[in-house]
Write a protein that binds this ligand. Structure first.
Ligand SMILES: N[C@@H](CCC(=O)N[C@@H](CS)C(=O)NCC(=O)O)C(=O)O
Ligand SMILES: [Fe+2]
Length: 290
């Protein structure tokens, strides 16, 4: 059975409450790394690779071959270790083709020129189309476009397991915010309906858990559990009711602490902005007047 052939190992970054995963085809020991985190101390401008090195240690210990480094979207709350892991493993870095739109949006926000970013999917090795299939060893993976949180959000369906990125969170946390540039609660609702068409026993692996009311950390749920218990969107929740709830919550949220460094690195597939003539890379912050 394909389901027995897949192993999903979770890695947690406490600083950003992010789950990364290594999905392995047991029959070939070929694996995909999903949503790896690059550690970043914002005050010091210090990048480090503790989380990514933990993933590399696991891969070495299990003797795995990395076939893919996958992003569910260009994250706005943490930096991606995709490029670092690409250098270490040689595996291609892939994301949904909606990344072009995200790059176009932030090319304007950060006033980047064509030498810095073409906004045509540059910096990524592979852009996935909706429904595109690809292999992880003998496993078939399928890309399901799930925009709403961002334009480029995708979920990866791998042998009955769905890695959803930021669309659904655990049922008691509901859904991801839709107030970033390109976010849209109506579109997220439709993406969730797509997820709810999958078999009830599809296992869902989420990207963040903010541990509401101090409950223990959770990262795995199912389509059935979401359809009956998600606090924002159950199987029978009308679109307008969801949109009202989502938009009301979005009004209460503050800008993610690492949004500026995260977006500038993540639209470049985890590469730092090109070093200036002194060999140093810089992060820009557009200033606004209140
Ligand atoms: N406080 C966190 C917030 C992170 C955040 O905004 N997370 C997004 C996903 S990238 C989200 O959907 N949050 C929903 C929520 O906080 O309810 C930070 O500063 O990083
Ligand atoms: Fe996100």
């Amino acid at each position: 059975m394909a389901a027995n052939n897949v192993h999903i190992e979770m890695f947690f970054d406490k600083d950003s409450s992010t789950f990364s995963y290594v999905v392995t085809d047991n029959s070939t020991k070929v694996a995909a790394i999903i949503d790896p985190v690059l550690n970043y101390d914002a005050a010091a401008g210090m990048i480090s690779t503790t989380d990514a090195d933990n993933i590399l240690a696991y891969i070495a210990a299990k003797d795995l071959t990395v076939a893919w480094i996958l992003e569910t979207h260009a994250h706005a709350d943490h930096l991606s270790a995709a490029h670092y892991l690409h250098i270490k493993t040689g595996a291609p870095v892939a994301i949904g083709e909606g990344i072009r739109k995200v790059q176009q949006t932030f090319k304007l926000v950060f006033n980047l020129n064509d030498d810095e970013l073409l906004a045509k999917g540059d910096y990524f090795d592979k852009l996935f189309a909706d429904n595109e299939r690809f292999s992880i060893g003998n496993l078939t993976a399928q890309v399901i476009n799930t925009p709403g949180h961002t334009n480029d959000s995708v979920s990866y369906l791998i042998a009955g397991n769905l890695v959803v990125g930021d669309s659904l969170f655990m049922p008691d946390s509901g859904t991801a915010r839709c107030d970033f540039p390109g976010g849209d609660a109506h579109i997220l609702y439709r993406s969730v309906q797509r997820i709810y068409q999958l078999p009830d026993d599809t296992r869902i692996f989420i990207c963040h858990d903010y541990q509401p009311n101090g409950r223990e950390l959770r990262y795995q749920t199912s389509v059935a559990e979401q359809k009956t218990q998600n606090i924002h969107v159950k199987a029978d929740t009308p679109e307008q009711e969801f949109v009202q709830k989502r938009e009301a919550r979005d009004k209460t949220l503050t800008v993610p602490r690492l949004i500026y460094p995260s977006v500038q690195v993540n639209i470049r597939g985890g590469q730092l902005p090109k070093a200036e003539h002194n060999g140093v890379s810089y992060i820009k912050i557009p200033l606004k007047q209140a």
